[in-house]
Design a protein around this ligand. Structure first.
Ligand SMILES: [Zn+2]
Ligand SMILES: [Zn+2]
Length: 139
C-alpha cells in the first residue's frame, strides 16, 4: 500500500487494478505523460482498455489529488504524479526530461486583490531545467 493508493482510498474511490496500474506507470516514468501514453502502456496489460476509460480514470485520480494536470499548450492533456496533496501548491516542469515537481505558492497576499477583483483562485506552472539535467549538461 503506497501513499498514492492510500489517497485513492481516502477519497472514497475504489482501488481498482487499473487505477493501481496507472499509478505504477507514473512512478516508473518519473515524468508527465499524456492520456495516450498511459493508454498505450495500459492496453498491453488489460484487454478491452479504451481511451475514454483511461481519461475517466486519470480525471478521477486528479480529483483525489494523486495526479496533477500539466499544461503544454498543445491540444493534449498531460498528467503527472502529485505528492503535495490537496493543499494549494504549484508545479515546475523540466523542459529536458519532463520531470514534474511540487513547489509551494509564492503569491501569498499580493494575489488576493487584483484590479478591484477579489481573487478566489489562480493557476501557475513553472518550467525550466532540473538540477539533474543541468549537471548532466544534456539541456
Ligand atoms: Zn530534468
Ligand atoms: Zn498559488
Amino acid at each position: 500500500m503506497n501513499q498514492y493508493w492510500e489517497k485513492i482510498k481516502k477519497a472514497g474511490l475504489k482501488l481498482t487494478p487499473r487505477r493501481k496500474a496507472i499509478v505504477d506507470i507514473f512512478i516508473k516514468l518519473n515524468r508527465y505523460a499524456s492520456a495516450e501514453d498511459v493508454w498505450e502502456i495500459l492496453s498491453k496489460k488489460f484487454k478491452r482498455c479504451g481511451l475514454p476509460g483511461v481519461y475517466r480514470n486519470l480525471e478521477s485520480l486528479v480529483d483525489c489529488g494523486v495526479l496533477a494536470k500539466v499544461e503544454k499548450f498543445d491540444n493534449k492533456k498531460y498528467y503527472a504524479l502529485c505528492l503535495a496533496g490537496s493543499s494549494h501548491h504549484h508545479h515546475i516542469v523540466c523542459l529536458n526530461c519532463d520531470k514534474v515537481e511540487d513547489i509551494s505558492c509564492y503569491a501569498g497576499e499580493s494575489l488576493k486583490k487584483i484590479k478591484g477583483f477579489k481573487v478566489l483562485n489562480h493557476f501557475f506552472q513553472a518550467s525550466g531545467i532540473c538540477a539533474a539535467c543541468a549537471r548532466g549538461g544534456k539541456a
